[in-house]
Design a protein around this ligand. Sequence first.
Ligand code: NAD
Length: 366
Amino acid sequence: MADVQTQNLLATSFDLFAGLESTNHEQIVLCQDHATGLKAIIAIHNTVLGPGLGGTRFWHYAHEKDAIRDAMRLSRGMTYKASVAGLNLGGAKAVIIGDPKMKSEALMRKFGRFVENLNGKYITAEDVGTTTRDMEYVNMETDHVVGLPESMGGGGDPSPVTAYGTYMGIKASAKQAWGNDSLAGRSAAVMGIGKVGMHLLEYLHKEGVKLYVADINDSALQAAASQFGATIVSGEDMIGLDVDIFAPCALGGIINDATLPKLKCAIVAGAANNQLEDEKIHGDALKAKGIIYAPDFVINAGGLINVYSEYNGYVRENAMSQTENIYNTILEIYKKSELENVNNQQAAILHAEKRIHDMMLVHSTY
Ligand code: NAD
């Protein structure tokens, strides 16, 4: 698959056009403004299904090429996420290079003007290092921004919707593993009790799941223990716990050569992005171990569905009911994985690519 090849190419060399070609990116926009110190990259991966939507990350990258790689990797992920979720959206992502502490109204508004210049081909939102307040500044210069506060007609914090989709993905995975989607009496280890993890605990607790939690934030752990009776464990111990479900909700790359041999769970299903350090190697290894892996970009799409809902006059119930469909989608992907004898991550990518291909044919006549 283009995947591993692409990752290798991006990791070992920096031939920009070769990189764009291998990932089939449409466009990369470099934005520079001396007065505000803005240095931003907007990567537009694919707009067959609709405008490219993806948040703006503000990060102190060591090298410019790292920022370009990150924007490219993340924008490609957005294409797949939107496609599998059945949204009429393409994939894109922006990164602003610098210390988030250097943020100013002027810098964010200047960035907004660059977004505006793309005439709606790129729609931005908040991401790591940017806040709703930053998006309010961007919104002063462009309408092509989502994820605004509810007071401004936006959908507000998407995390509860992301958690609901993740919960649906866990239930569908239970159905696949045990023929029944009830989680009562099951056990789950949730790594990362942040905005998504805490909401996920609530759903699991309500269904009678025995919970284990790990985080680097002690107050989040104490809250999880007191509200949901969760048992606190260290991150390292969590990997080898004999539980039914492991739900990574913190960082990417948690499924790797070091963690894989220790896993004893039946299901890996969580909200964290890019959980497999290598999509092919670690996706295959999970399959070989008989562990059901719920592709992250499929089950954490609730946040994207939530911001997309802002286009039709935001109603949270509508976003939640569309997110519920993640249950059916994930079961379709498991079926595809069996039929085509590929790992679940690859099956999800094939599912996404098929929809993009089919819609390209639909758009081939005026
Ligand atoms: P968050 O920052 O609110 O929570 C992350 C939590 O992980 C924090 O409590 C943090 O202390 C903890 N953490 C960080 N490093 C850790 C480590 N080494 N070990 C254990 N815990 C650690 O983020 P969030 O919004 O809850 O998102 C969680 C994950 O889900 C992220 O990977 C994010 O990209 C992904 N995601 C979130 C959304 C959303 O709607 N918020 C949507 C899609 C995907």
